[in-house]
Design a protein around this ligand. Structure first.
Ligand SMILES: *Cc1c(COP(=O)(O)O)cnc(C)c1O
Length: 849
């Protein structure tokens, strides 16, 4: 008979003079403050690794004697006191910083930030990738700026999967349930000390949700959890896995997040004034907030105007997998029971989500918000095209989707070594994240110091990489001889090695295999004994993404190719810890997505602030961040080209850049022993990226461009029992009835040439089909080009009402002295406008003459 193995964890008694370590373990402040983490790590580095950098677990497992020694160690206690004093100072500054204060009223304003995933730290596995980490960074920067913000998400018991790669290169996904007691998560208690619970209705039953909370400095994150005894087994599983299950599971999750999230905030007595839907997964919150107003007696059109005016929606990717589309019947079935106490026709709700292929969460989010953005300038444009159907008559580039480029949380992603160096030289640098001028100081760092820092960060990375590869190879039963060959460049690395990193989700559009397109050329480049180069790959593929998994297999095969072995390193289980190591330690960060599908690509920002050089397709943030001398750009071909051709051309550009610029620059060592020009470029990357692409800049843009306007707009529409919202709703209904029959007719002679100095008379007869002159704007737009590409190349003039025609039709008129000389183009259009609208094209109607 096999023996039983019983588990026992002997927990230490924390010495009284170190008691606040427990408090530090409960605040995600540790996810960005390296001094706090160092307090744990130095007690037992091996244990720290073994428990996945999780302070709470660490404190339960650490040996008693180590704590007691630390409690007696003056140096440790000094560290502890210093760190706590910084921690307390951070928390005591409750007032708004001057940066946010002009826009936000701390007593009355509160942003509720909804997202399906949050990535704060590897120890809290509630994220899968970019979206979650961005959401975590948003909260961290909000905390740094003292922006009143609460976040809402789901508590995934199994989180996202962890990844191993077997001996054939197959990805194995492992879902390990995490115990809440091991996470920095506490129950949200009501006045009676009971955990707050809410419910949402599902077909034939209620789903009960417990509410938990996490703290990240000043920001609280509320998490909903369906693991509740009142739920049956299937419903308890709703919040197990992030992006797991089928459409049915997904809609249940989104019901919990959207409806449950609003109900949880209400139950906690929290009244947000701005609601931010960060990606469409949480868009059902719009339905819940409309339901609330409707059950107070408002009609549904007024409710939607009021709700939308205080709602901000950010779309994060052009890739279809990022946009949830459900069968309308399924949506009706799940929402109807939640709307039973109102008389909203379900058709009204379905119409809000009406997309091109079904009920589209992105469409719902767009129709239910008045402030919308993409996450880089290029992506804003792409999203405008993709979502044009919401404003069908408006040219895509003019519709109300704007962009705010993502940024990253600097204290989280800047290597500790850099932070220490900055602390020594410029102690106030943390307050200068919005000041581009300040960062010229980077150029003052001595070159040799810069170079040696980069080298030591690389050595640190390679030590870690070696351990990881060793572990995987041994687990997969690889022979010692083979392991030796695979790790020949990293077991005892030459710090002169040029290391190129490629780490991101293995989604097809990211083209992980592009660099292998002309494999013989690549082999030649990597095998120059004078100029050693290695490539490190890491990333997870979604468990349903066969093509992504095939890419991992292919890289695994290539890593065993006799000409590439030791040069291609494949790492498993890419997470935030590994990302921090990679973005600080490699020399070059490679990114070659299919343009324009990389919405932003924040990992490249993380690399650049650490002085790592980007070698990337000009897509996402890099199109804004790149300038000559701070990295390298691969010019993309548009999606109109044959994919084979695009890949071939861009792969060739990539290899040309490597062979002609990157490798020679790196190995061009002067008398000083380091690559002067490389250091110059590396400094430029840091100096140009740090102040422009950090999360504080991003959050400030949200505050000034979206949150504050949403706040102002909703005050106007919601005053006097939503009278503005009602007026706007009635106006839209009236315009909708009449708009179809409107048209313009030109009644002047429409001259085709003028002399310089003469003016062009324009007279149009407006067939308004029952609308009034006040309901519309009539505009003449001049451009020097036949096809103006953007609003900036166009000059606009507004026509004014000027009497009537004989048959009683309004005439609109203007006399224009043309701004341009020579050949030019103009067109005349009319669109419905109302002073209470958030955007001139909110209604979505436009008629050309
Ligand atoms: C930053 C980050 C991402 C997102 O970066 P991309 O450039 O969009 O791939 C994904 N995963 C991890 C672990 C990250 O740290």
């Amino acid at each position: 008979m096999k023996e039983n193995i019983f588990t026992l964890e002997v927990q230490p008694n924390i010495p009284p003079n170190l008691s606040r370590l427990e408090e530090l373990a409960e605040d995600l402040y540790y996810s960005w403050d390296r001094h706090v983490r160092a307090l744990f790590v130095q007690l037992d580095p091996e244990l720290w690794e073994a428990c996945g950098h999780n302070p709470k677990v660490f404190l339960r497992r650490i040996a008693q004697h180590k704590l007691e020694e630390a409690a007696q160690d003056e140096a440790y206690i000094a560290d502890y006191n210093r760190t706590l004093s910084a921690y307390d100072t951070y928390h005591e500054q409750a007032a708004l910083t001057s940066k946010v204060a002009p826009y936000i009223d701390p007593d009355n304003d509160l942003v509720a930030y909804f997202c399906a995933e949050f990535g704060f730290h590897e120890s809290v596995p509630l994220y899968s990738g970019g979206l979650g980490i961005l959401a975590g960074d948003h909260c961290k920067a909000a905390s740094d700026l003292r922006l009143p913000l609460v976040a809402v998400g789901l508590l995934y018991r199994q989180g996202y999967f962890s990844q191993t790669i077997d001996h054939e290169g197959n990805q194995q996904a492992h879902y390990a349930p995490s115990s809440i007691s091991e996470l920095p998560i506490t129950p949200c208690l009501d006045d009676d000390g009971e955990q707050v619970q809410v419910s949402v209705d599902a077909p034939g039953r209620e789903i009960h949700l417990r509410v938990w909370q996490m703290r990240a400095g000043h920001v609280l994150i509320y998490l909903l959890d369906s693991e509740v005894p009142e739920n049956d087994a299937a419903d308890r599983a709703i919040t197990y896995q992030l992006y797991g299950g089928d459409a049915h599971m997904r809609i249940l999750q989104e019901l919990c997040l959207g409806l449950g999230g609003v109900r949880a905030l209400r139950k906690l007595g929290i009244s947000p004034s701005v609601w931010h839907i960060n990606e469409g997964h949480s868009a059902f919150q719009i339905v819940e907030r409309c339901r609330e107003l409707i059950s107070e007696g408002y009609d549904s059109a007024t409710a939607i105007e009021a709700v939308a005016s205080e709602t901000v929606f950010t779309t994060h990717t052009p890739v279809p997998a990022g946009h949830d589309i459900f069968e309308p019947e399924m949506v009706a079935e799940h929402l109807a029971p939640n709307l039973a106490d109102t008389d909203i026709p379900i058709e009204d709700i379905l119409a809000l989500g009406n997309g091109q292929k079904g009920f589209d969460m992105t469409s719902l989010a767009l129709r239910g918000s008045r402030f919308h953005n993409g996450v880089s300038a290029i992506h804003g444009g792409v999203a405008s095209q993709m979502e044009q159907h919401i404003w069908p008559e408006i040219p895509a580039q003019e519709n109300p989707i704007t962009s705010i480029t993502n940024g990253i949380h600097v204290p989280t992603f800047l290597a500790q070594e850099w932070a220490n160096l900055f602390d020594q030289r410029w102690h106030a640098w943390r307050n200068q994240l919005l000041n581009e001028d300040f960062w010229k100081v980077v150029d003052e760092l001595p070159d040799h110091r810069f170079w040696s820092m980069r080298r030591s960060l690389k050595s640190e990375l390679l030590r870690d990489v070696y351990q990881r590869v060793l572990k995987r190879c041994q687990r997969n039963g690889m022979s010692d001889a083979m392991i030796e060959r695979m790790t020949s460049n990293i077991s005892n690395p030459d710090p002169d090695l040029l290391v190129i990193g490629f780490a991101r989700r293995f989604a097809t559009y990211k083209r992980a295999l592009l660099i292998f397109y002309e494999i013989d050329r690549l082999k030649e480049l990597l095998n120059d004994p004078q100029r050693p180069v290695i490539l490190i790959f890491a990333g997870k593929a979604h468990p349903h993404d066969e093509k992504g998994q095939a890419m991992i297999r292919r890289i695994h095969e290539l890593s065993l190719d006799p000409d590439l072995i030791g040069k291609i390193i494949l790492l498993e289980d890419y997470d935030m810890a590994q990302a921090r190591k990679l973005v600080t330690g490699v020399d070059v960060w490679l990114n070659n997505p299919e343009y324009p599908l990389e919405a932003c690509g924040t990992s490249g920002q993380k690399a650049a602030i650490n002085g790592v050089l980007n070698l990337s397709v000009l897509d996402g943030w890099w199109d804004e961040g790149y300038e000559k001398g701070n990295g390298w750009a691969i010019l993309p071909h548009s999606a109109g080209f044959d994919p084979e051709y695009r890949d071939r051309e861009e792969a060739r550009d990539l290899l040309n850049l490597l062979s002609d610029e990157v490798i020679p620059l790196y190995f061009n060592r002067g008398n000083s022993g380091y690559a002067t020009e490389w250091v110059k470029m590396s400094k430029a990357a840091m100096r140009t990226t740090l102040p422009r692409f950090n999360a504080q800049r991003m959050v400030m843009d949200y505050v000034s461009e979206l949150y504050a306007p949403a706040r102002a707009q909703s005050k106007i529409l919601q005053a006097d029992s939503l009278s503005g919202a009602q007026e706007l709703a009635r106006w839209k209904e009236r315009v909708r009835e009449h708009w179809g029959g409107t048209w313009l007719e030109r009644i002047d002679a429409a001259p085709t040439s003028l002399l310089h100095g003469e003016s062009l008379p324009i007279r149009v007869k407006a067939h308004l089909n029952g609308l009034s002159c006040d309901d519309v704007t009539i505009e003449c737009r001049f451009s020097a080009m036949e096809e103006p590409r953007d609003a900036a190349s166009t000059v606009r003039y507004q026509l004014q009402p000027e009497g009537e025609t004989e048959d009683g039709m309004p005439v609109f008129a203007i006399d224009i002295e043309p701004r341009f000389d020579g050949l030019q183009y103009y067109r005349i259009c009319m669109y419905p406008t109302h002073p209470l609208a958030s955007h001139p094209f909110e209604f979505g109607g436009l008629r050309w003459l």
